[in-house]
Design a protein around this ligand. Structure first.
Ligand SMILES: Nc1ncnc2c1ncn2[C@@H]1O[C@H](COP(=O)(O)OP(=O)(O)OP(=O)(O)O)[C@@H](O)[C@H]1O
Ligand SMILES: [Mg+2]
Length: 346
């Protein structure tokens, strides 16, 4: 029996990427367009909110138009619109939300406000049109969400059900890559530049201590950043050339190790069948290889192009709400601080 195919237009504008995509039945990417502002923000070493929202305004119409064109579809061929409602930069979120509302109003299509973090998790369900789909993630699963603003360990017993096992108590994993890259004199965004520098380095050259936390599934990365800073200062004071590649490799290794160990420990404790690793940091080669090298759990890691912000993941998460008739009306507001899980549940 063939199940009904639903086509959802996704719109994402929570940070510095204006993105639109059309996804069929929550999995098959018919189109995905991303207008990135990263080069514009690189001069500031981070995202400059006012510039971001202005750039979204300039890019959003053409991005949505391109996504429809690439999918060879018109609004009349769609079933719903999913848009990022939060978390993210208020001024940026508003641009995508207003675009989605305008289209919904004009076309009569239903609208769904999606949590950006839920989108990152659902990127694990996506595949490019024309490719053979991999197996869908099976529950119960542990999702490690590692992005620029978040580091969360989530237990999912079913679709759209999230129990937070732990999260970062200070910097997010991606943020720590960005900060350490800056102090090593590497470019923005820091994740890709640390990864590149680390390729030539020895991950055992420096031993950075692990944070000791009372909650087993929480993370802390600010101490690690400070340890790198101290080492850099000591090396500079002694007049030695900075072994940037070794420092990058050792830092990267320390982050990967803690993310991996806690995820596996959680999977064992909560009887997970599978793992999802998602969010911008899941693009990291060392992290991907480490998770793929274990044999006890099937691990779903999105294609590298889907790890950082995109709209296909918003459409994929939106689909899960759509088929459960969880729709919004046009009066919804953006939620810049919207958590995926409101309270600690486990
Ligand atoms: N190859 C990589 N290795 C490590 N980190 C990476 C890599 N590629 C990207 N990142 C990091 O991922 C982060 C961006 O991810 P993402 O786009 O998901 O974050 P965000 O949308 O800004 O934050 P959030 O999703 O928490 O709101 C940046 O911190 C970046 O340094
Ligand atoms: Mg993100």
């Amino acid at each position: 029996m063939k199940t009904t195919e639903y086509r959802i237009l996704g719109i994402e504008s929570s940070c510095d990427e204006t993105a639109a995509a059309v996804v069929s039945s929550g999995r098959e990417i018919l189109s995905s367009v991303i207008a990135s502002q990263a080069d514009l923000h690189a001069q500031f070493g981070g995202v400059y909110p006012e510039i971001a929202s202005r750039e979204h305004i300039k890019a959003v119409y053409a991005t949505v138009d391109q996504a429809l064109q690439q999918a060879h579809l018109e609004l009349a061929d769609l079933d719903a619109i999913a848009v990022t409602r939060g978390p993210g930069l208020a001024g940026s979120l508003v641009v995508g939300a207003n675009m989605a509302k305008a289209i919904a109003l004009g076309s009569g299509l239903p609208i769904i406000g999606v949590n950006h973090l839920e989108g990152h998790i659902y990127s694990a369900w996506l595949y490019a049109s024309g490719n053979v789909p991999g197996p869908e993630p099976q529950f119960p699963l542990i999702a490690l969400l590692v992005s620029g603003g978040h580091t969360e360990l989530i237990l999912m017993r079913d679709h759209l059900q999230y129990e937070r096992l732990g999260s970062t108590v200070d910097d997010a994993a991606g943020e720590s890559f960005d900060k350490v890259a800056r102090l090593l004199g590497l470019g923005y965004p820091g994740g890709p530049s640390i990864q590149k520098a680390a390729q030539e380095g020895n991950p055992k050259a420096f031993h950075f201590p692990k944070a000791k936390l009372s909650e087993p599934y929480n993370f802390s990365f600010s101490g690690l950043k400070t340890a790198v800073l101290r080492t850099v200062e000591e090396l500079k004071a002694s007049g030695k050339a900075l072994p940037v590649a070794d420092l990058a490799a050792s830092f990267q290794q320390a982050v990967v190790a803690v993310l991996y160990e806690k995820t596996i420990q959680a999977a064992e404790e909560f009887g997970a069948r599978e793992l999802i690793v998602a969010g911008g940091v899941s693009a990291n080669k060392a992290l991907r290889e480490t998770f793929r090298s274990q044999v006890n759990y099937k691990v779903h890691i999105p294609h590298i192009s889907l790890c950082t912000d995109n709209a296909a993941m918003i459409a994929a998460a939106g689909y899960q709400h759509f088929i459960r008739k969880q729709l919004d009306d046009l009066s919804f507001d953006v939620l810049p601080n919207w958590p995926l899980v409101a309270t600690m549940e486990v």
